[in-house]
Every structure is written in structure tokens, then in C-alpha cells.
Design a protein around this ligand. Structure first.
Ligand code: PAF
Length: 283
């Protein structure tokens, strides 16, 4: 595995690989790699001959009061994990080479980025869209793998690729879950052993909703209320939001049409840890 720090060097390598008819897949991360990231690399390996992993803690997607400086950066450990997962190129630039002096261009996402996580973190998705576009231009992939765990981010990246006619195929990787159904996340380490057990209610809530839809309940607000009640009945847990969105447009959905696909989005505090989860389901 080769480690590259300079955007120009990464671009030159990617260009050469493309000229040699290599299929390139990229997995973009902010490091602190875990099982979820490694599942994205595995999918990338299945899709392409060359896998590029990027590690960059992107400052423009953090708000002023967020944890940019405390964000974990276990670089040596990440290098070892990336190597054993079969990554070919690890692109890990310094912030100064991505956002040099006089840098001033930022992408502006639309309405899709202003709800749910975007409401909590104004400007966050503009930062994500900007860095993702820059990393597409630097790594020149045919395929990019993003986790379904961050469903809103994935929807925004799909929109970005379509709206800007970017020549890359976006592949969604399924959520990796612990044995009790808890979605794997770098935030899970902040859960006490007690909270970790209690947090299985997110998965139970998703399964309940799926079952209610399968039974023919088309009133999505009713299902949302049931799921919220289920979660809030667990003393350690408190819902931040529970919402159905249309799988196609990511617009808030209150009533289902039979045969259509929806996604239930959960943001739940378990103790002081805010957990996200979601699941696609059909009416
Ligand atoms: O999902 C993430 O880790 C980040 O938002 C991404 C896509 C790497 C952009 O910084």
C-alpha cells in the first residue's frame, strides 16, 4: 500500500491507472477506521482492481462549536487496518494542501441538506459536498462507496453527482450491525455497557416500523409515533427525531403509497451519545 499526501501526486497516479485501463474505487473517510469502513473497502475490492482510501478530517464540515480538534486521529492504526483490508493507495493530505491560502470556493447544497442532520449542523453538508467533489477530482474514481448508515449524506452525494454530471458511480454499502442490531459507529465507544444494551431499541424500532408497513399501515405519522414511544420508553434513550422520507426524493413523507419505498430515519440520544440509524422499507 502506498501512502500519498499531495493532491497532485494522487491525481497523477489516478490518471496513469486510468490510462492503463484499471478500474478505480474510492472509499472516503475521516479516519478512526472501524468495521463499518472496512466493509466499504471490501465492497470496493469487489468492484474495482484498485482501491483508494482517503483519510481527511475535513474542517469545512465542522461547525464552530463542534469537535474538529478533538476528532480522533489514530493514523498508525488506520494505516495498519487499511493495509490489511487490501487498500492499494491511502490518500491522506494535510488541510493546507486541500484548502491552501486564498481558497474560497464552496458548493451549496439544496433543500435536501437543510433538514434532519442539516438542521442540527448548518453548513455541514455544503462542506461535505465540497470535499467529496474535490476528492472525486483528485482520486478520479469510476466507483465511490458510501455507507448507508449516513443516509442523508448518501442522498446528498447522489444528488450532487446527478446535478453536476459527475462521471462516477455511487454505490451504497449496507449498515454493519453489532449482534444486538446496534449500527456500528465511531461514537459507540462513548456508550457505557448499560447504554450499549439499551441502544438495541433503535434497531427494534426500525424492525417494528418495517413490520407495520408490511401489514399495510399507510399512515406513516402513526408508525413514527409508535416507534418514538417505543424508544422513549427505554430510560436511557430519548428521540431527537424520527421521520420517514421518500426513498427517491428524501422528502419528508407522512402517508405511504402502496408499493413505494420509504426510509425511516432515527436520531436518538442514548445517555449523552447521539446515535443515528435508518432503514429502507416498502409499503
Ligand atoms: O462520512 C464521512 O466520513 C465524511 O463526511 C466524508 C464523506 C469522508 C467527507 O469528509
Amino acid at each position: 500500500m502506498q501512502i500519498i499526501n499531495e493532491p497532485e501526486q494522487m491525481q497523477a497516479i489516478a490518471e496513469k491507472l486510468r490510462l492503463n485501463r484499471q478500474l478505480l474505487a474510492v472509499v472516503m473517510t475521516m479516519g478512526a477506521l472501524h468495521e463499518g469502513h472496512l466493509s466499504l473497502v471490501k465492497l470496493a475490492r469487489e468492484r474495482a482492481g484498485t482501491v483508494i482510501l482517503t483519510i481527511f478530517v475535513n474542517p469545512t464540515q465542522f461547525g464552530a462549536n463542534e469537535d474538529l480538534h478533538r476528532y480522533p486521529r489514530p493514523f498508525e492504526q488506520d494505516v495498519a487496518l487499511a493495509k490489511s483490508a487490501g487498500v492499494d493507495y491511502l490518500f491522506a493530505p494535510e488541510a493546507g494542501s486541500i484548502y491552501p491560502e486564498h481558497y474560497q470556493t464552496t458548493l451549496q447544497c439544496g433543500a435536501i441538506a437543510e433538514q434532519f442532520e442539516g438542521q442540527q449542523r448548518p453548513g455541514h453538508f455544503n462542506g461535505v459536498a465540497t470535499i467529496v467533489t474535490k476528492l472525486f477530482n483528485i482520486t478520479k474514481p469510476h466507483t465511490a462507496i458510501f455507507g448507508e448508515k449516513d443516509a442523508q449524506q448518501l442522498a446528498i452525494i447522489r444528488r450532487l453527482v446527478a446535478d453536476l454530471n459527475l462521471d462516477v458511480s455511487v454505490v451504497a454499502a449496507p449498515i454493519v450491525r453489532e449482534t444486538n442490531g446496534l449500527a456500528v459507529s465511531s461514537r459507540n465507544i462513548y456508550l457505557s455497557s448499560h447504554e450499549r444494551i439499551a441502544a438495541d431499541v433503535l434497531y427494534r424500532g426500525l424492525c417494528h416500523a418495517e413490520q407495520r408497513l408490511a401489514e399495510g399501515e399507510l399512515n406513516l405519522q402513526k408508525i413514527v409515533a409508535e416507534v418514538a414511544e417505543m424508544i422513549n420508553s427505554v430510560p436511557e434513550c430519548r428521540t431527537d427525531y424520527v421521520n420517514f422520507v421518500d426513498e427517491e426524493s428524501f422528502a419528508l413523507a407522512e402517508r405511504a403509497d402502496a408499493g413505494k419505498e420509504y426510509r425511516l430515519l432515527l436520531a436518538v440520544f442514548c445517555g449523552s451519545v447521539r446515535l443515528l440509524d435508518n432503514r429502507k422499507m416498502s409499503a
